[in-house]
Design a protein around this ligand. Structure first.
Ligand code: CA
Length: 219
């Protein structure tokens, strides 16, 4: 579990990030402007920062420059819009550790968060167990009764969200936003389709359908 500072001025993205990161066991704090961000990063201990570049007050570059000037080893993942490739390069020059292009999928951001935390030597859990099933976060595989099963990136992301909250019912909408991102089609049946894939690969009894509510990992 890590403490993550989200610096982003778009409420929709903040809540998307906070929800997803918290569902994955992290604690988050969000600030919406650059000046507060630099101050909060100085006064509070965080394991990682997710930093939007376009911010009121002072922009992400200025925040980054200030943090690096204080020579803090805080890993920073920059969020950048697709048409700002030049900015991305500048972000690395300014001391960013990684970047994610908007719009992004939560799964992609989470993989980068995980990689940065691993670099920091954080003692993050890498095996999630549920009865006969084990999910290996480092190898990105699943095992059932010691039989290893390959999962696609999306299947793995869905499995991970469910494994992290065993016994909890997660609604279709929650799963959509956590696994597919904030730009999904609301009416899509993609969750049902992927639950089907996971059941086929890992056994029908792993994921339970809770009628009218959603899905959960079998208790
Ligand atoms: Ca912004």
């Amino acid at each position: 579990m890590a403490r993550i500072l989200i610096v982003e001025d778009e409420d929709r993205i903040v809540s998307f990030l906070a929800k997803g990161l918290e569902a994955n066991g992290h604690t988050t704090m969000a600030v919406g402007d650059g000046i507060t961000a630099a101050a909060v990063a100085r006064d509070t201990d965080f394991d990682l920062m997710i930093l939007d570049l376009g911010l009121p007050g002072q922009d992400g570059f200025a925040v980054l420059a200030e943090i690096r000037r204080r020579r803090e080893r805080l890993p920073v993942i920059v969020l950048t819009a697709r048409d700002q490739t030049a900015d991305t390069v500048a972000g690395f020059d300014a001391g960013a550790d990684d970047y994610v292009t908007k719009p992004f999928r939560f799964e992609e951001l989470l993989a980068r968060v995980r990689a940065r935390l691993r670099d920091q030597g954080s003692t993050e859990t890498t095996l999630l167990e549920a009865g006969r099933w084990v999910l290996d976060l480092r190898r990105r595989t699943a095992t059932v009764d010691d039989r290893t099963v390959e999962l696609s990136a999306r299947e793995f992301a869905l499995a991970e969200v469910l494994f992290r909250q065993p016994g909890h019912v997660l609604s279709r909408e929650q799963l959509l936003s956590m696994v597919w991102g904030y730009d999904f089609e609301p009416g899509s049946n993609i969750v049902e389709v992927y639950v089907g894939y996971l059941r086929k690969k890992l056994g029908p009894e792993l994921i339970e359908t809770v009628r009218g509510m959603g899905y959960r990992l079998s208790p």
